[in-house]
Design a protein around this ligand. Structure first.
Ligand code: SF4
Ligand code: SF4
Length: 374
């Protein structure tokens, strides 16, 4: 039986968040895991250099509350580590810490600047052979994964599992999109990565969340909750339900269910009994909503989605020619001319990395007919 702890956390004031963390960790018995001298790595969502109120990144108040909880129990080797989108460099990390309000955490946790990584082999039976994973995650005795709840242009929802894609160094992430252009294969890879990293506990910051064109250019939406679980899949399932998004419509959860990684009827929710969001979360433009329980309706919708597919389109009025989209495109089909991006979408795999990384919301979505990829 998977336990998901939910707490009403109305705002990011230090006492409110800390009270929720105390209750979460008590409910899950996290204190029993701790050993003197252990190294703890906290893995937030630091997708890009954004301010906390933009609801893109894990709020520093949540990281601060977890770090202070650990310090109160004698754990002082605490590192905060993520590999944001773009180049994995000290300069990029410093920019993300600065914008995200993380510099205020320097007294209670180390903000990682080590840009090294090592490769780890996958166990037998995995489709992926191995992953390159950033050093502070590999060196940790204990990993606390702290995600941000958002809609996502490729995976529909991003929670605990998708957050772990950030352990792959910088521009190696688009290489995985290139390798697995099919969303179900890509989702399976993300699941295998989560099984390799295996965080001991995952929290989801859902105080301020994002809907619409997430994970970067959506609209903030207040939910006023935090989640915590040792079961990363069951927790994402429950969070998706609360967003009003059928978990089976989210490819990671669909794959996890198929792989038997959790049982949807064996989830115990403890703490606050939240009702599903009303109205349901607005989906990204790249995703069509089909929450139908009818197999036929689902299958028809899946087929139409395969042949009438969403592709990106540059809004030339908004584009500043910064090149972030071109840097992240796995198919290398974006070029910058006269300070404006242009793309040849024939080879586009609709991964939406360009939209995800555009700091100026200049990548829009259009639809076109095409033959399904086999
Ligand atoms: S589309 Fe966005 S990311 Fe690409 S060059 Fe223009 S502003 Fe930069
Ligand atoms: S153009 Fe955008 S959606 Fe298409 S492959 Fe490149 S990054 Fe992915």
């Amino acid at each position: 039986m998977a336990i998901v702890s939910v707490q009403r956390t109305e705002k990011y004031g230090a006492p409110d968040v800390r009270a929720s963390i105390d209750l979460h960790f008590e409910a899950l018995g996290i204190e029993n895991d701790l050993r003197p001298g252990m190294t703890v790595t906290i893995k937030p969502n630091l997708l890009a250099a954004r301010h906390p109120e933009q609801a893109t990144t894990t709020h520093p108040a949540v990281i601060g509350a977890v770090a202070s909880w650990l310090r109160d129990r004698g754990i002082d080797r605490i590192t905060v580590a993520d590999s944001p989108g773009g180049v994995y460099s000290q300069g990029n990390l410093k920019a993300v810490y600065e914008s995200g309000g993380y510099n205020a955490l320097k007294d209670i946790a180390e903000l990682n600047l080590d840009t090294g990584y090592q490769s780890v082999k996958c166990p037998e039976g995995f489709v992926s052979t191995g992953f390159n994973i950033i050093n502070p995650v590999l060196k940790a005795d204990y990993i606390i994964n702290i995600a941000k709840l958002k809609t996502h242009g490729l995976t529909t929802v991003t929670g605990g599992v998708k957050n772990l894609f950030g352990v792959i160094p910088g521009l190696q992430k688009p290489e995985w999109h290139f390798k697995y252009p099919n969303i179900d294969d890509f989702s399976r890879m993300l699941i295998e990565l989560a099984l390799v990293v295996r965080p001991q506990v995952t929290l989801i910051d859902a105080v301020e969340t994002m809907e619409g064109n997430g994970p970067l250019n959506g609209k903030p939406r207040h939910l006023g909750l935090t989640f915590c679980s040792r079961d990363i899949f069951a927790q994402d399932y429950y969070a998706s339900k609360l967003m009003g998004i059928e978990p089976e419509a989210a490819p990671i959860l669909r794959q996890a269910l198929k792989m038997g990684l959790f049982l949807s009827d064996k989830i115990t929710v403890t703490g606050f009994g939240a009702a599903p969001a009303d109205p349901p979360y607005q989906l990204p433009e790249s995703i069509s909503r089909n929450n139908s329980h009818s197999f036929l309706a689902r299958s028809a919708s899946a087929l139409i989605t395969r042949i009438y597919c969403a592709v990106p389109k540059i809004d030339t009025e908004k584009c500043k020619g910064c090149g972030k989209c071109a840097e992240s495109c796995p198919m290398k089909i974006i070029t910058i001319h006269n300070k404006t991006a242009g793309m040849s979408t024939k080879k586009c795999i609709s991964c939406f990395c360009c939209q995800e990384m555009c700091p100026f919301d200049a990548v829009k979505i259009s639809h076109r007919w095409r033959l399904p990829r086999i």
